[in-house]
Structure formats: structure tokens, C-alpha cells
Design a protein around this ligand. Structure first.
Ligand code: FES
Length: 175
């Protein structure tokens, strides 16, 4: 074990606490697995649910709670596109950039999203409403190009339909 890293972890950990509810829910998931590492994704999702993203301090706190290394957990969090490592907007738009959507024209969809939102992938609009991210296959390869907005799937897209989809979210009142 890297002792320097461990003591650094302890320092950062002071600033971040899992809530009782988060601890309880992570414990429930842990019960299903022999190896606590297997509970990593679910634990990350539990913490992300209310906080909207997973900070470095959250990684350290969750890793400690699962008794696994924060480097391991960091690897899982980075690999899994559903875990956000920076603050995100109210609506998370993910466009598929995998090979089939490449052939059906995801680049035009991306261009249209960038133009309408006035942001680049990885960024959030000034009003914190939309975050634009790329993702790998969303599972609808025969109906590409595909995007998801807060998990709602939009298929068979083209450049011109994107502004209409975004506008439909501008009409939704915050509840
Ligand atoms: S390749 Fe885009 S949904 Fe599968």
C-alpha cells in the first residue's frame, strides 16, 4: 500500500462525509457481493443520485467505506460513462460516438448540439441547464445516430431535428 497516498486520502476525507442514508444503501448493496469492489458502480450511483456528480473527495470517502483503494474506484468511475466526474447541468445529453453511429452520421448530430447549446463536449451551458458528453454505444445501433437526455433515448437523428429536441426541454418548467 502507498502510505503517502493513504495519509493524503485521510486529509481530504475530512471534508466529505457520506450521509447515513448513503451508507445504509451502500451496505445493502455490499451484502450481495463477496468482494466489495463488485459493489463499486452501485455505490458510486448511490452517492451521485443526490449530489449529481462524484468529486475526488467522494471517491476517497466511498473507497474508504468499501475498504478498497481509491485508485481502483477512480478507475471504475472513469470507465463508466454514467458516473460524472465534474458538476453537470440539469439535463445531461450524451451522444453515441461508437462505430455504428459514426457510420450513420453522429458527427452532424454532435455539430448541431454544439451549435444549439453553444458548448463543446464536456462543457455545461452558462445557465447550468445542459451538459454535453460523448458516450459509447447506447444499445440502439440499428436506429442511429442516437443520443440520450437524462436517460431518455432519441433515435434516427439528424442535424435539423436537434434544435427542436433541445427547445422541448427549454419549455419544461423546473419543478
Ligand atoms: S453504436 Fe450508437 S447506439 Fe450503438
Amino acid at each position: 500500500m502507498n502510505t503517502n497516498l493513504r495519509s493524503f486520502d485521510n486529509l481530504i476525507f475530512i471534508n466529505f462525509k457520506l450521509t447515513k442514508l448513503e451508507q445504509m444503501n451502500i451496505n445493502k448493496v455490499k451484502e450481495f457481493y463477496k468482494n466489495p469492489r463488485a459493489a463499486s458502480i452501485e455505490a458510486l450511483k448511490i452517492v451521485q443520485k443526490k449530489r449529481n456528480w462524484i468529486s475526488q473527495n467522494a471517491i476517497i470517502a466511498i473507497a474508504k467505506f468499501l475498504d478498497i483503494s481509491s485508485t481502483d474506484l477512480e478507475g471504475v468511475a472513469t470507465f463508466y460513462s454514467g458516473i460524472f466526474r465534474q458538476p453537470v447541468g440539469r439535463y445531461i445529453i450524451q451522444y453515441c460516438n461508437s462505430v455504428v453511429c459514426f457510420t450513420t452520421g453522429y458527427k452532424n448530430v454532435k455539430k448541431s448540439l454544439e451549435k444549439k447549446l453553444n458548448i463543446k463536449p464536456g462543457q455545461t451551458t452558462v445557465d447550468k441547464k445542459f451538459t454535453l458528453l460523448s458516450t459509447c454505444c447506447l444499445g440502439y445501433c440499428d436506429q442511429g445516430p442516437v443520443i440520450s437526455i437524462n436517460k431518455k433515448i432519441y433515435k434516427k437523428l439528424n442535424y435539423s431535428i436537434i434544435p427542436l429536441i433541445i427547445e422541448s426541454y427549454n419549455d419544461i418548467k423546473k419543478n
